[in-house]
Each structure stands twice: as C-alpha cells, then as structure tokens.
Design a protein around this ligand. Structure first.
Ligand SMILES: NC(=O)c1ccc[n+]([C@@H]2O[C@H](COP(=O)([O-])OP(=O)(O)OC[C@H]3O[C@@H](n4cnc5c(N)ncnc54)[C@H](O)[C@@H]3O)[C@@H](O)[C@H]2O)c1
Length: 436
C-alpha cells in the first residue's frame, strides 16, 4: 500500500474548548503537568499507545506518536469560552478534581487562560446562568462573533492550525428536524433564531466555516445533523461525536461484547450513578438528562444485535439512572447490576461498582481527539471521522449504517486507519502465514 500524503505537524496547534469546566481544566492542567514532567500521560493513546506493524515475528511496535506525525505537547496552545469569568486556575480549583498542590505547580499556565464570552442561552441548559455571555441580533450574528474569536486567537497566539473540542454542558434533548436538513435551511435558521438550533451548533458552525475540525464531547446533537455533515464535507473539515465514552458506558462496551462472544444471554442491565459535580447538577434537569440517557441507552442494542439473537437478547430490561449527589463531587460511583443467563437458561448475576473519577477519565480523551482530528485534517480527511468511534458513547456514522460500539473493534479500526495513512499493511488477525 502506498503512504498517503500527510502535511507536517510543525508549528503551533491551537485547541479551542467551548466550556472550561471540570473536564477542560483537568485536561489543561494535565497537559502542563506532563510538559513539566510532573506526571505521566496515563490514559492517552497518542502519548503512550503503541501500534504493531507487519507480522508478529517482525517485532515492530513503535509508539503511535512516533509512527504518525502528531502535534507535540510543547506546541499546543489552549483557549476557550465559558459563561463564567473565572480563569482556568480558579475554575480548576472550584472543580476540585485535582489536588491544590498540583494545581499550584501549574498555576501560571492556567491563570493565563481566561474564557472568552460564550454563546449561551439558558433555555438549552436550564440549571446554569452566568455573566460572560455574548449579545447578538441572532444566531448568525453570534456565529460571526465566534468566527472572529477564532481568527483573533489564531493570530494572537501564532497558531498554524486549530481544532475545537466541545467540553460544555449537556444541552436539552433536540431531535433532527427540517432546519437541520441542509446547509441552506440551517443558515436560514441561524438568521431566524430557530429554536431547534442550540448554542453548541453555533460553535460547530463557526468552527467548520473557519476550517477548524470539531469534536463533540457531550451527547448534544450538535454536528450529528445532515446540514453539518454537508458543510463539513463541502469545506473539507473533519467532524466527530458524540459524548466521551469514559466510565459506565466504557465498561459496558467492554463487557457486553464479551457476553455476546460467549453467547451468554441477558435479561437486564440496571445502571445507576451518583455524581456531585456541575455536570451532575446539569443532568439533574430532565431535558439534559434525556439527551444523556439516549446516548447511554443506545449502546447495548447495537452490540447485542437482538434481531440476530432474539432468544438471548430479545427482551433486555436496560435502565440508566443519574442521581445528583453533591458530597461525591467529580468522584462518580457507577453501579451496574447485570442479570445474565447461561447453559440451559440458568441465571447468574454480575455486579460492577466503578468508583471512578469522571474528569480523570475524560481528560486524555480530549488530548487524543484534538491531536487525531488535527492529523485527520492534515491527511485531507473530511466529514464524519468514524475511525474515532473509540472515544464516543454514541459514535457518529454515515446514514444507513449502524454504529460500531465494541471497544476492541473500535480500537482495531482506529489503528488500521493509522496503518492505512502510512501505507503499512492492515492487520486482519488472520495469521495463516505463521502456519503455512
Ligand atoms: N467527565 C466525563 O467523564 C464525561 C463523559 C462524557 C461526557 N461528558 C460531558 O462533557 C461535558 C463537560 O463535562 P464537565 O464535567 O467538565 O462539566 P462542567 O459542568 O464542569 O463544565 C462544563 C462547562 O461548560 C460551560 N458551558 C455550558 N454551556 C456553555 C456554552 N454554551 N458555551 C461555553 N461554555 C458553556 C459551563 O459553564 C461549565 O463551566 C458535559 O457535557 C458532560 O456531560 C463528560
């Protein structure tokens, strides 16, 4: 296979984050701590992952970052928007994810990042209100203001390239409607302040119009509408979403493929969470919860394929609950009770109690997505980047397909995409050559 042309990763990469809350500040503080050698980049495929090339006997497994040209941590410049005025040091201190002693070591870098005024409307995130919000005639005017911010950020910081990763709150549930169907109808909607357009869509539109790849870390519809796909393809911009796959759903997409592989049946899966950070508070609103619920529920059906295995998965009771419980802060507890059955229908139970740290799990995903989306752009990719499904609870996909949720298939797809970019043989795991 021949190597694809990949533009150089030299120069500065700006990472723009709408939403400078727990996830974003944990990511930013982490990048600075890693740069200073205070801590290792645990959880990041771009920093720690390796990729096997050729046969197993070849013993070629370079680090991914040495195999494909990625922006280095030294070359990252980070900025963003938020409805609150606090700088990232204040915001990270309030989020309470990282220890104050660690934050103090990276304080100057965090203090420098002050949120630009946000595009926000309380109708879409009912639990929040803040002072740092743009005013404009309509959505289109606000999108223009964002495009201006993007341009100014690029110039002021001497960036060669930019990417945007949505780290803002989960918005209320919106379904695809006529306004989302074409670029034309969407732009009309921007001018008419259509209520089916949410702030996250305004950011995404501004990013794509500016030629900036956009990744969506929340379950909002955002770029998962035909108009955005059309625009991204037209302007040669990569887009991807949605909803970082971190705690409970990450575990689900590890366990469920295992049950299916062994043809173990499933009667029910009850998942509950207690969560006390601002994200938990936002998700306490039924509108925002519905968006999250849809994203979390979609996973099992696609992995288990009940239409192919009606006796095993035809009647699964899948429930997901999120309970806002302030004492836990960002340290979420995700409980799963799984009712399975085996040989002759005999019942068994599995209990998973994941005492996780939400933003600690999400921060490396922000880094990987930013670097891979930049790589995608430099290799000339455009539109939906399904090869990055690995990072999402509800991976965006082409019309007419079902999404691939199995974590290990997703990883294989990601690594084969990297091999393909570099003209290396794809790995099929057939392995016949070792026995011929
Ligand atoms: N932490 C995880 O494991 C995880 C996993 C999947 C998805 N997510 C999603 O990532 C997002 C961020 O999570 P978090 O824990 O950092 O939440 P957070 O509440 O700490 O931070 C979100 C920030 O976004 C800001 N914001 C909201 N609307 C905005 C807008 N229109 N423009 C600019 N800023 C805006 C809020 O003021 C807040 O500071 C949430 O949507 C969450 O559901 C997180």
């Amino acid at each position: 296979m021949s190597q694809k042309e990949i533009k150089s990763a030299d120069g500065k990469l700006g990472i723009l984050l709408p939403g400078l809350g727990s996830v974003a500040t944990t990511f930013i503080a982490g990048v600075e701590a890693i740069r200073q050698g205070i801590a290792p980049p645990v959880g990041s495929l771009t920093q720690m992952g390796t990729i096997r090339l050729g046969k197993r006997t070849d013993k070629r497994s370079p680090r991914i970052k040495d195999f494909v040209p990625l922006a280095t941590l030294e070359n990252l410049v980070i900025g963003g928007w938020d409805i609150f005025e606090e700088n990232c040091y204040e915001s990270a201190s309030k989020a309470g994810v990282l220890e104050q002693s660690l934050l103090d070591q990276v304080r100057p870098a965090l203090e420098k990042i002050k949120p630009m005024p946000a595009v926000f409307d309380n109708r879409y995130v009912k639990k929040l209100n803040g002072p740092n919000v743009k005013k404009g005639e309509n959505w289109m005017d606000l999108a223009d203001q964002l495009q201006n911010d993007i341009k100014t950020f690029k110039e002021t910081n001497g960036c060669d390239r930019l990417v945007m990763v949505w780290c803002g709150s989960t918005e209320i549930f919106i379904e695809t409607s006529d306004v989302h169907k074409t670029v034309r109808s969407f732009e009309e909607g921007l001018r008419n302040n259509d209520e089916n357009i949410s702030p996250s869509m305004v950011y995404a539109y501004a990013a794509i119009k500016s030629g900036v790849p956009f990744a969506n870390g929340a379950p909002n519809l955002t770029v998962d509408i035909p108009a955005m796909v059309e625009l991204a393809r037209e302007l040669h911009v990569p887009i991807v979403g949605k909803d970082f796959k971190t705690g409970q759903t990450f575990m689900k997409t590890v366990l469920a493929p295992g049950f299916k592989a062994r043809l173990l049946g499933l009667n029910g899966w009850f998942s509950t969470n207690i969560l006390g950070n601002r994200d938990g508070e936002v998700l306490d609103d039924p509108g925002s919860f519905k968006t999250k619920e849809a994203s979390k529920l979609s996973v099992l059906d696609h992995i288990l394929q009940p239409e192919l295995y009606p006796e095993l998965y035809g009647e699964v009771h899948h429930k997901v609950r999120i309970n806002y419980y302030p004492p836990r802060g960002d340290n979420k507890e995700g409980w799963d009770n799984i009712d399975i059955f085996g040989w002759l229908g005999y019942k068994m139970q599995i209990k998973v109690d994941f005492l996780c740290r939400d933003s600690i799990l999400a921060a490396p995903l922000v880094l990987d997505l930013a670097l891979f989306m930049d790589l995608a752009k430099r290799t000339g990719k455009r539109g939906i980047q399904e090869w990055l499904s690995f990072y999402f609870k509800a991976p965006q996909h082409a019309e007419g397909l079902y999404p691939e949720h199995d974590l290990f298939i997703q990883l294989m797809k990601l690594k084969n995409t990297l091999r393909d970019m570099k003209g290396e043989d794809l790995i099929t795991h057939l392995g016949q050559e070792y026995y011929d």
